[in-house]
Design a protein around this ligand. Sequence first.
Ligand SMILES: Nc1ncnc2c1ncn2[C@@H]1O[C@H](COP(=O)(O)OP(=O)(O)OP(=O)(O)O)[C@@H](O)[C@H]1O
Length: 575
Amino acid sequence: MARRPLPRILTDSATIARTAADGARDVLHPLIIISRGLRRLATVGRARWSETPKERRGPLFFFVASCVLVVALVPYGPLLALISVMGAAAWAGRDRAPAEESGPAEAETGRLQSLYEALVPYFSADGDPSPRYAHGGDWEQVFTEYAFDDDGRLELLRLQYPAYFTDGEPRSRARIEQLLHVKCGRGREYHFAWDEEANELVLSVLGALPTDIAAQRFITSPGETVLGFTDPDSVRRTLPVVVGDDATRDAPPVVWRTGSRSTEPHLLALGQAGTGTTTLLRSLALQALDDGDVLIIDGGGTGEFTCLVGRSGVMGVESALSGALATLDWAAHETERRLIAVNRARQFGRPVPEDTLRPLWILADRPTALAHVAAAEGRPDPQRLLQVPLRHGRAANVTVVVADQFETAGMLGDAVRAHTKARVILGPATPEEVRAVLGAPPHTTPTAQVPPGRGYVRLGTGPVVRLQVPATPDPFDDCAPEDHRRAVLELLPEHTVPAGEAARTTPLDVLSPLTVVQPAAAKTLPPEGPGADAEPAAAGEAPADAEPMGTTTRMTTVRTVDPFAATGTAEAPGS
Ligand SMILES: Nc1ncnc2c1ncn2[C@@H]1O[C@H](COP(=O)(O)OP(=O)(O)OP(=O)(O)O)[C@@H](O)[C@H]1O
């Protein structure tokens, strides 16, 4: 039914009344402000008076009265006092209400509404008498906090969800996270914090991890190694790091503890080719050489560890199968020797021998490549020789780090998978792939484009955290930034083998493309020791969990979600 318009005389008089009221308000505005100010001043004065201790009220009253008397006696005093009081009242009475908060812009409201609509099928259920999520419903009831960046993209969202939503089930969570990721814009990394008690989910956008931290001497305790750096919220400590030209800042490190007290004494790093697993090993080698010995198996044979050849503390850099077998055989015997020595010392109540305390690191880069060669030649898989260090290394101060490519992870031996409780995955990976390697999904949405050395890490059953490995390039790599190469060169220990026999020691400015250096194991291994002259396969015979040959002969080239699928069940940490 159409409304009848009011008689004209009525509308005119209403307009006149409104205009008169507006005019009066404008005229009286200063008076309103001054009277409000006087009221506020009086309130403050009363409060001060009541706060003043009783014994001080007399002197205060006397002081105020003297001031009033002086003002009254001086020429123009009362007038000046009146003007001052009015000024103070006008100042005190000014409108202090904050500028009204501007709500979301129209485009932002549209985004929130469409996000709300997209969530309706997931957060509603038949039979809910008062659904909080319903088509055409009010998003303001459930989105309790939100923020947009300068480009109008959502960067923070706090939402309430119904109590019946199955937030304890990873699949249900993953569906919501996937949906929000897509709706809020791909290409950014989102963090999801689920509060099951409050039925609340907070989505926030994570910035990129800094990539400017280069290799350097990190300030850590003995037995601690820095794997890389992460988000400030993910760890409890920070380390001072030197960045660029001597600028120092605090960065949150991912510190891995090794040795006899470690609960995850060995590490496995996986990634696609070129994602930085070799660089991670190089970074660990430089840190380990501070107070330990390092033995390197370069299965890929790319010579990216040449800078370490012949350096003090480097027991060998092997890229050929026979050298790797001999070196790992020595390492297995050395582990046994240390274990026996430690046990004997404990048995007789003697201090543990000094030579069992110096950490020994076995860094195996792409051992599956050597496994493939070994299978083709009908020789033992070098991974079998890792079983003793992996099983007993913790008590003997022997640490094993294995790095391999995602595609060939199916060829990793059972011992490697079972005993590497510290896990790293580098490069782009889906949440399923991260879960397959680390045993738990990340709390963020991995992005398709990541810089080298970027990934996730999980120590034992701890949380999955983001990781950026310090830039530790091969100093002979002409394509790497010169300051990063120089930083690596400065950390290298001195040469122990004459320069002609070992890798080049040429200063950075005259370095030329490298050639692969494969020093004979005998040259670099200690001349004595129980395993020094043993047959390569000898140590592999002892362990009970030796893998029968033939189980690792197939090179897997198809990328699967479960990288370990080719040889059995995944044994990720915490799983
Ligand atoms: N943390 C990092 N910071 C900066 N650059 C890195 C980092 N990690 C790796 N890179 C660079 O990425 C390239 C590949 O690194 P790296 O050789 O370590 O990868 P990879 O996974 O071992 O691959 P491949 O098996 O093909 O050698 C190199 O140029 C290296 O300098």
